[in-house]
Design a binder for this molecule. Sequence first.
Ligand code: IYR
Length: 230
Amino acid sequence: MKAPDAKNVKGFDHITYEPLRYDENEMLERSRDYFDWLNKRRSVREFSNKPVPKEIIENIILSASTAPSGAHKQPWTFCAISNASLKSSLRKAAEIEEKLGYEVRMSDRWKEDLAHLGTDMYKPFIENAPWIIVAFKRVYEIDEDGSRHNNYYVNESVGIACGMMISAIHNAGLVTLTHTPSPMNFLAKLLDRPANERAFILFPVGYAEDNAYVPKLDRKSIDQVCHFYE
Ligand code: IYR
């Protein structure tokens, strides 16, 4: 007999989960193909200014927003900016922080660790990329009666959503990089965000510039990142 499509669990509606099932060979192939495809993703710093339709950005953000989150609060807000003068303001403000970062705040060791990536205080990608997506974490929510309650596992939840967004951007054939100018409070100010939202990561999104270069780097092997306990 087929199980019912829905049941009541402690007073709440639960629906039947419809799993996507594959046979083992197919699973092996799919998992390998997924890794090969994801392993082609790179953080790209050179962006074309070619426009990207808004609907693609919406789908990318909806994909990110499928992430699991503490108590399913989805404690994130994504701001998607294509307005050229706002992008210029964001670039200017980010470069002020980054200049201080590179000249004052970052240790010599940190700068040595970054040297192979070729980064510096200049952030032309903030103006060149057709879209900037800024992920904000929502630290708390305000009820209709004005009472405030904290969200749960906010950093974990928003971190997972951002990771899923990076995959969605790669899936669309676009590129991004995770930019974390520090401190980031200029983002909430320029984007006029409410007090419960804190900037988390800034993502330029667009096409890679023709002939863009990325640092030559290797990724850790399975033995370097995983211990099996069988
Ligand atoms: N936020 C700076 C510095 C920077 C830090 C790390 I850790 C990187 O992996 C890359 C850059 C910047 O964006 O240049």
